[in-house]
Each structure stands twice: as structure tokens, then as C-alpha cells.
Write a protein that binds this ligand. Structure first.
Ligand code: SAM
Length: 246
């Protein structure tokens, strides 16, 4: 079934309004036309059976049947992933895989050893891109919700969340309890966060700040994984523990 994300403001009275990009995707890429069926998801957990009623180069319209819940089973604990901002396009890859694996949200973590420096305009454009990747991954994998991709935050913000009671695992290349064991001890909490470092890892002061806030150091095995592999592996370990995989 063809799936399309239409945000709630563009859904009203049994109709969805399409923008030019949607119309190009349905008409030019998928070669659909009025009368064809499309499943719409609103990114907030709602799903609609829809039918194309109009398509033009500037937009279009779908008629929709009533909203139903997308059947997402919210596993506990839900996961917030805080990946240390890596070089290049790697965060796009992490976001895509994390959404497929079922995370509730991603907060790009600005670390001392993060190479990219996000100034105002670049920060806005990267964030828009990561959100688009998340919406696309949700569409592709059948999620009805789109995980929140937050504005990049720093170590102090994560330490503050830990101090406020959020269980936080910091993945670090050193002998430490395994992440699976750490998760098993938190199976009844609402939400956990897992932070992974950028290519150069966390600086000692960052580890100290996070640990002072109450975060726990964890390992995911004896090999040193690349930053992006570690972030996605952590999501997979959580997904297995939470019953999302396997
Ligand atoms: N030389 C760096 C160090 O020792 O921190 C290597 C960093 S590694 C390429 C990037 C990030 O992946 C690390 O900061 C950590 O968060 C995560 N990582 C990679 N392998 C890991 C492992 N076996 N256990 C826990 N975390 C790991």
C-alpha cells in the first residue's frame, strides 16, 4: 500500500490537502492518478484510508475515511537516543535506522569532539533535513508516528535531564556493565536515554559531567565500533529488550 505523511494541519473534514512535493511523489514517482488508494499517516499516531481526488503540479487533494489509531504498541521503556554529532551525513543514517528500530526521539548531542560546527543557518537546514529523513523512514517502515528530532543539545542539557530523574546510559569504550544488563534493570521505567559519542569519543570532562548528573557508563561489547554503528547497535539492543525486535 502506498503511504503518505500529511501533517494534522493539512487534514480537515475528511480531506487532506497535498503540497507540490506530495503531488510529484504520487503522480510522477508512483504514477498514481485520481481514484487511486493511498494510506495517510499524520505523524501523531493516526492513520486514514484515502483516495486521490485531485492532482496538479502545485498540489492536490485526497478524500479520507475516519481516523484510526495506527496500532503502535508503546513498549516500555521508550528510548531517547542522544548520538554525539558525527561528521558528514552520518547522523542522517543514524536517524533513519533509529526510526526503523522504534525510538521515540533523537537528540543530536553536541560534544567537544564533534567535528561539525553548526552555526545558525546550517543548524536550521540540518535539523530540517534530519526531520525529513525521520518522516521518510516512518513512512517506509510503517510507523504512524514520527519520532521527534530535537534541536541539537549539549552535554549540560543531558546531565540536567539525568539529574531530573531520566535514566541515562553513556556508551563508552571501556570495561563497564553491558547495556543489556543496564536496560534489564530499568524494564519498568517509562523512558530511558542512551548517549553515544562522536568519532573521537567523549572527552573525560564530559563523562565526568554526565556521571555527576547520575548517568551510568555502559559497554556494548569488546570491539570498538564506529560512532554510527554504536548508535544503531544501541537502538537494536534496546529494541530487543523492549520487545520491538526478535
Ligand atoms: N577512541 C574513542 C574512545 O575510546 O572513546 C573511540 C570512539 S568510538 C569510535 C565512538 C563512540 O561509539 C564511543 O564514544 C562510544 O559511545 C561508542 N562505542 C563504540 N564501541 C563501543 C563499545 N564497545 N562499547 C560502548 N560504546 C562503544
Amino acid at each position: 500500500m502506498v503511504r503518505l505523511f500529511v501533517p494534522p494541519p493539512r487534514i480537515d473534514g475528511g480531506q487532506a490537502t497535498l503540497v507540490a512535493e506530495d503531488a510529484a511523489y504520487l503522480g510522477k514517482v508512483l504514477r498514481l492518478s485520481p481514484g487511486d488508494a493511498v494510506e495517510v499517516f499524520d505523524g501523531a499516531g493516526g492513520v486514514y484510508d484515502g483516495r486521490i481526488t485531485a492532482l496538479s503540479p502545485t498540489g492536490g487533494e485526497l478524500s479520507l475515511l475516519s481516523r484510526r489509531e495506527g496500532g503502535a504498541v508503546r513498549r516500555r521503556p521508550v528510548l531517547e537516543l542522544w548520538p554525539g554529532l558525527p561528521k558528514g551525513e552520518k547522523l542522517e543514517w543514524i536517524v533513519q535506522k533509529a526510526v526503523e528500530l522504534g525510538v521515540a526521539g533523537v537528540v543530536p548531542l553536541l560534544c567537544d569532539r564533534s567535528v561539525p560546527r553548526l552555526d545558525g543557518a546550517r543548524r536550521v537546514s540540518r535539523l530540517a533535513r534530519w526531520r525529513k529523513v525521520a518522516a521518510e523512514a516512518a513512512r517506509q517502515c510503517g510507523r504512524a508516528d514520527i519520532p521527534a528530532i530535537a534541536d541539537p543539545a549539549d552535554i549540560a542539557a543531558l546531565a540536567e535531564r539525568a539529574r531530573a530523574g531520566l535514566p541515562v546510559a553513556i556508551l563508552h569504550v571501556a570495561p563497564a556493565p553491558g547495556l543489556a544488563t543496564w536496560l534489564a534493570g530499568r524494564s519498568s521505567v517509562e523512558r530511558v536515554a542512551i548517549a553515544t559519542g562522536p568519532e573521537g569519543g567523549f572527552a573525560p570532562e564530559e563523562l565526568a559531567t554526565l556521571q555527576k548528573g547520575g548517568a551510568s557508563l555502559c559497554s556494548i561489547g569488546r570491539r570498538t565500533l564506529r560512532a554510527e554503528t554504536a548508535a544503531v547497535t544501541a537502538c537494536a539492543i534496546w529494541a530487543l529488550a523492549a520487545g520491538e525486535l526478535g
